[in-house]
Design a binder for this molecule. Structure first.
Ligand code: FAD
Length: 517
């Protein structure tokens, strides 16, 4: 068993948390030659990293908070992530309507846009465009016209947050990282008051093991304070958690032509984004003190989002019954007294506990690579003070993520086009082929090979496309159960909930059979 092997090794770095932050740190550390282990008590991306707005974005709204450093950093990162994982990041045109009495004026927004694009190094072809009222109405005919003055069209990148996390982890595994999901850190070991390892518990067998490591990183997102509490020297709590909810409706019920980012009733910004035949809406931002694993969507959350949309879009108003699915995520923000939920900075911060545990808190999906760089730089600095040790600098901006075997955007488009005909020879529709490419990148070819094999060797009521993905996800992505598959490997729990519900029982049984074979 992997865990037994891990418990006989001394690692350089043990990362606790398999969200995007931990995944990024593991990849960065391994690519600099360190021996790395990573554990997560749930599935990878089972925390906030599977529950975001699913955008690699430049953080335009942080300009409102004068957070220039964050804007510049995440803006540049957008470009890098698109380059290293084009299959997981697609340019998404966004319309920002400007309305009379809104918090964004035409002139000030334009200036903000110029500053933003300059700081973020936005490509010329993806620069913003100012639209007059008529052009704005044409761009999105469903927008409420009363008070509409015009709009600004700009670009963000759409992603699948959980898949991004998993592809970072797969790339880390290729570089030697031992990663395990469903493995929880329950206490720590010390020598001379310095932290030297973690006692971890397999969440399936309940068996406990000790993992030894020279450096331990707490990258547990909303659980950062809980993990701190397990230490013998407790440190002051760092987090202020806020909850963000998204809801999903059928695209037919809110048939927007394109993504819109609008100023809501309370001057907060809300996204409405078309995706895979659905439209998703988010997010709320409210202080949260409840249970961390499964934050719930309340009636108030739904009412707030529906009210925002129904006020700003025309057509048949959305009702609670129209909501097909949704998710609630927790923002692990750094505590700042006297600030409202949306005013707290999304910046990350690094801390060290008295025993030497390195703690990273706050941050954004988009900034994961730079956060990882800062953590590993700190470790490298400590190692480099020792005789005959030299850890190099960060190279992850040059490491393509697992699934990217394309040297350029053109290559990716060519692969995509070729795959469509390849897919159709295997009985896949255009939509199914596209979904596979955007989900698995180059590995979509492996799914086709599995389909071919399964068609030869088994007959099963469960569609072969699902079976093939299950095989792939179990073999290459540590998928353990139906929720891992439907929520974080395919996103079907959100964007194809009907098919997910219809096949849930069969998928459960199929996965169980494969795992116990
Ligand atoms: P997590 O993803 O929560 O990972 C922490 C992991 O630690 C969890 O998987 C958990 O199971 C594990 N863990 C905890 N305790 C233990 C333990 N004892 N042992 C083992 N494992 C443990 N950012 C963007 O860039 N773009 C967006 O569009 C965006 N939208 C957002 C929308 C919402 C509603 C929210 C809440 C956030 C959004 N963010 C966005 C921010 C981004 O999602 C987060 O900053 C990021 O996902 C945090 O990742 P993380 O790895 O730090 O935490």
């Amino acid at each position: 068993m992997i865990i037994e092997q891990m418990s006989t090794t001394e690692f350089d770095v043990l990362v606790i948390g398999g969200g995007i932050t931990g995944a990024g740190i593991a990849l960065d550390a391994a690519s600099r030659g360190l021996k790395v282990a990573l554990i997560d008590m749930q599935d990878f991306a089972g925390g906030t990293s599977g529950r975001s707005t699913k955008l690699i974005h430049g953080g335009l709204r942080y300009l409102k908070q004068f957070d220039f450093k964050l804007v510049a950093e995440v803006g540049k990162e957008r470009e890098i992530i698109h380059r290293i994982a084009p299959h997981l990041t697609h340019p998404e045109p966004m319309l920002l309507p400007i309305v009379k009495g809104g918090s964004l004026g035409k002139f000030s927004t334009r200036i903000a846009m110029w500053i933003y694009e300059w700081m973020a190094g936005v490509k010329k072809e993806e620069g913003h465009k100012l639209l007059n009222r008529e052009e704005t109405e044409n761009a999105e005919p469903l927008l409420e016209k009363k008070n509409l003055l015009g709009g600004i069209l700009f670009y963000e990148y759409r992603t699948d947050d959980a898949r991004l996390t998993i592809e970072v982890l797969k790339e880390a595994a290729i570089r030697g990282v031992s990663a395990l999901n469903y493995t929880k850190a329950i206490s720590f070991c010390y020598e001379n008051n310095k932290i030297t390892g973690a006692i971890v518990q397999d969440q399936i067998t309940e068996q406990e093991y000790t993992l030894k490591s020279k450096y331990i990183v707490n990258a547990s997102g909303p659980w950062v304070d809980e993990l701190d509490d397990l230490e013998i020297y407790k440190s002051p709590h760092k987090l202020q958690i806020t909850k963000g909810v998204h809801i999903v409706v059928d695209h037919k019920n809110l048939p927007i032509k394109q993504a819109v980012y609008f100023d809501a009733l309370d001057k907060r910004m809300i996204f409405v984004i078309p995706r895979e035949g659905k439209t998703y809406i988010g997010t709320t931002d409210t202080f949260y003190t409840g249970e961390l694993k499964n934050p719930q969507i309340t009636v108030e959350d739904k009412e707030y989002l529906l009210r925002c949309v129904n006020t700003h879009f025309m057509g048949k108003p959305l009702a609670p019954e129209d909501i097909e699915s949704g998710w609630a995520g927790l923002r692990p923000l750094i505590r700042k007294r006297g600030k409202g939920p949306s005013e707290i900075s999304r910046k990350d911060e690094l801390f060290e506990s008295e025993s030497g545990m390195i703690i990273i808190a706050g941050g954004k999906l988009t900034g994961y690579r730079r956060m990882a760089e800062r953590v590993v730089n700190l470790i490298a600095k400590k190692i480099n003070t020792q005789p005959n040790k030299k850890i190099g600098s960060c190279i992850t901006d040059k490491i393509s993520l697992s699934g990217k075997e394309f040297s350029s955007d053109y290559d990716f488009q060519k692969f995509n086009n070729d795959f469509l005909s390849n897919g159709s020879e295997h009985g896949l529709s255009q939509k199914e082929s596209e979904l596979l490419v955007y989900r698995y990148g180059y590995h979509a070819l492996k799914i086709l090979a599995i389909i071919e094999n399964l068609n030869k060797i088994e007959q099963n009521e469960l569609p072969v496309l699902l079976r093939a993905q299950i095989h792939y996800c179990i073999e290459h992505e540590m998928c353990m159960n139906a929720d891992d598959f439907f929520t974080r490997r395919t996103g079907m729990s959100y964007f194809d909930v009907e098919s997910a519900n219809q096949n849930k029982q069969m998928v459960k049984e199929y996965i169980l059979n494969l795992i116990h074979q």
